[in-house]
Design a binder for this molecule. Structure first.
Ligand code: GTP
Ligand code: SPV
Ligand code: MN
Length: 628
């Protein structure tokens, strides 16, 4: 980093030395920083010129102090009905990840993105363009603000699978959210003495020198840029305070930077939930599932099974770091320490575990608020006490007839992992949990069966590559259209997707190879109603997968994969569902699907595509051609 704050506000001495006493209340905290962290902080201060510096230590008191500060400034409102819960309302222009402004910065374009047009599989920026973009944004960007220094661990501290990071941010909202989402504390500083870390710099991009220093959600939407530099292990995020744009441990580090590390080091960083499921006989298996953003990971990860005797326990709801161990067993950790879950649709009926866990110590963003200090959103399915009124996420009076949503469709709760009542006993195991099944899925209103199994690993990798799903409010896309979202990773690939596929294909040689599945909870009938009840009823599909892995359940071959043989999916006591529609594999639909997948793979991945993927595609086309 370069730049200097000298001329502009005079708080620093001449040359590049920092006058720490001017910006830091307690100089002894500096001594706790390992030298490389200190250097990183120094560079950040010199570039961004904060008025104050605050080293976060991860204590309970510190979190309380920051929350109180946010409340005083009007940046968070206390939700009186709940316990230590808070509401943030963002600038309406800063409500989701912005994929169009997210770039991978590498020396060679090919290392970052595959063939095709810039955009469909991520965006690339040259180092030169990035330096220019950085120089236009970061110098002096924290004037009038405090820089928070957050040393954090993704994964259990000292786990062989974990990684460290340090985030510098001028947003106390980000600081309190990172406190929840990652491990912060003295043991992290200790680990930083011996280990390298990912350097994360975040600014809301609105220095307090403007006429409106108290704007409750400062941001710079027109100049937002989220840049990952995997070759140097750096992240620069400017202009947005929202979730995946600003909590840099999450998508930027744990997916984009980590997937690239994972390829080099022989492991996997994936957009996947991790769950443990125990059958009525007491046998337990762990599974991971990759669904695109807002397509059901949180709900599946903490589901209450509708089948008696079954139990689901949660390890993680968004990200899995996985590695085959020496016994040839795939093992997974959740690098996160909290949930950043979609609020709308969450209710006592759909996700009682989540409803319970968000009653305390939770930061809500962009949900509606009731006049008695509670929360409200589409699908919350709660009766209001007499006389209670609602204000929308925009802080306007709201009723069901308002015609506008009460909560933003991408409104979220941010809650400590340990508040989940069904957290798996091994959630913090440094070795990770053994994975026996990998599930892909998406929002497919038409044509895609409830569940099918890959014929083998290679076919499973193809199923991941061919994933498509209806767009959601988790990113900036408007309206609903079916997009390619391979492995649910389209917005999160940290390197060339062709190389990513080759990396997955190279893992086909382990003694405990997990089986691969595809599920679709979102099929609809001609009237637009869901064909499948979903949520707790998804346990029926997990039950079938469980029995398949044990070699017990019967399956029959279709053009797309193996589906449950008649009677092998437990449908007992399920109100009328149209099984035929749920499992139909229709020739016209799949011809079209295969065409789109071919256009995508050839057009977007091109020469970078492993030959095996074209073999798999050809085989799919041939099987579809044979359909009546
Ligand atoms: P990210 O946090 O964005 O990565 O999303 P996610 O995959 O964790 O999505 P989440 O579980 O939060 O679900 C998003 C939306 O899908 C919510 O509104 C849920 O209510 C809804 N949903 C989840 N599971 C089901 C299901 O089985 N059936 C139906 N119909 N809707 C579901
Ligand atoms: C997603 O969009 O997949 C999320 C939410 O999990 S965010 O952290 O904002 O990216
Ligand atoms: Mn996600």
């Amino acid at each position: 980093m370069n730049g200097s704050c000298n001329e502009s506000n005079g708080i620093h001495e001449q040359n590049d030395d920092i006058s720490w006493a001017n910006i830091l209340d307690d100089l002894t905290t500096l001594e706790k920083l390992p030298e490389p962290v200190l250097q990183f902080v120094k560079q950040g201060v010199q570039l961004c010129c904060p008025d104050k510096l605050h080293l976060c230590q991860g204590s309970h008191d510190e979190q309380a102090t920051l929350l109180a500060l946010l409340e005083t400034r009007g940046q968070l409102g206390r939700l009186k009905k709940l316990n230590n819960c808070w509401l943030a309302r963002t600038d309406p222009r800063d409500v989701a990840r912005v994929e169009g402004r997210t770039v991978m910065v590498t020396k060679n374009r090919r290392d970052a993105v595959a063939g095709g047009d810039n955009g469909a599989l991520g965006r690339w920026m040259s180092l030169e363009d990035f330096e220019r973009a950085k120089a236009e944004r970061f110098p002096g960007c924290m004037k009038g603000r405090t820089m928070y220094v957050m040393p954090f661990s993704m994964g259990p501290v000292n786990s062989p699978l974990a990684k460290l990071g340090v985030e510098l941010t001028d947003s106390p909202y980000v600081a309190v959210s990172m406190h929840i989402m990652t491990r912060v504390g003295p043991e992290v500083l200790q680990a930083l003495q011996q280990n390298d870390f990912v350097r994360c710099l975040h600014s809301v991009g609105a220095p307090c020198t403007s006429t409106d220093p108290r704007a409750t959600w400062p941001c710079d939407p027109d100049r937002t840029l989220i840049a990952q530099l995997p070759e140097s292990g750096e992240i620069f995020s400017y202009g947005s305070g929202y979730g995946g744009n600003s909590l840099l441990g999450k998508k930027c580090f744990a997916l984009r930077i980590a997937s690239r590390m994972a390829r080099e080091q022989g492991w996997l960083a994936e957009h996947m939930l991790i769950l443990g499921i125990t059958n009525p006989q007491g046998r337990k298996k762990y599974m991971v599932a990759a669904f695109p953003s807002a397509c059901g990971k949180t709900n599946l990860a903490m589901m209450t099974p509708a089948l008696p005797g079954w139990k689901v326990e949660c390890v993680g709801d968004d990200i899995a770091w996985m590695k085959f161990d020496e016994q040839g067993q795939l093992r997974a950790i959740n690098p996160e320490f909290g949930f950043f879950g979609v609020a709308p649709g969450t209710s006592i009926k759909t996700n009682p575990v989540a409803m319970k866990m968000i009653q305390s110590n939770t930061i809500f963003t962009n949900v509606g608020k009731t006049s008695d200090g509670g929360i409200y959103w589409e699908g919350i399915d709660e009766k209001l006490a007499k006389g209670v009124t609602i204000r929308s996420w925009l802080d306007e009076p709201w009723t069901p007839s308002s015609g506008e949503p009460c909560a933003h469709p991408n409104s979220r709760f941010c809650t400590p992992l340990q508040q989940c009542s069904i957290l798996d006993p091994a959630w913090d195991d440094p070795q990770g949990v053994p994975i026996e099944a990998i599930i892909f899925g998406g929002r497919r209103p038409q044509g895609v069966p409830l569940v099918y199994e890959a014929f083998n690993w290679k076919h499973g990798v193809f199923i991941g590559a061919a994933m498509r799903s209806e767009s959601t409010a988790a990113a900036e896309f408007k309206g609903k259209h079916i997009m390619h979202d391979p492995f649910a990773m389209r917005p999160f690939f940290g390197y060339n997707f062709g190389d990513y596929l080759a990396h997955w294909l190279s893992m086909d040689k382990h003694s405990h190879q997990p089986r691969i599945y595809h599920v679709n909870w979102f099929g609809k009938d001609a009237d637009g109603h869901f064909l499948w009840p979903g949520f707790g009823q998804n346990a029926r599909v997990l039950d079938w997968i469980f029995r398949r892995v044990e070699g017990e359940a019967e399956a029959i071959e279709t053009a797309v994969g193996l589906v449950p043989a008649p009677g092998s999916l437990n449908m007992q006591e399920l109100e009328a569902v149209d099984e035929e529609a749920l499992f139909s594999v229709e020739k016209g639909f799949w011809e079209d699907e295969a065409r789109k997948v071919r256009a995508f793979l050839e057009g977007q991945v091109g020469n970078d595509l492993p030959a095996e993927m074209l073999i798999q595609l050809k085989q799919l086309e041939e099987r579809v051609a044979e359909l009546p």
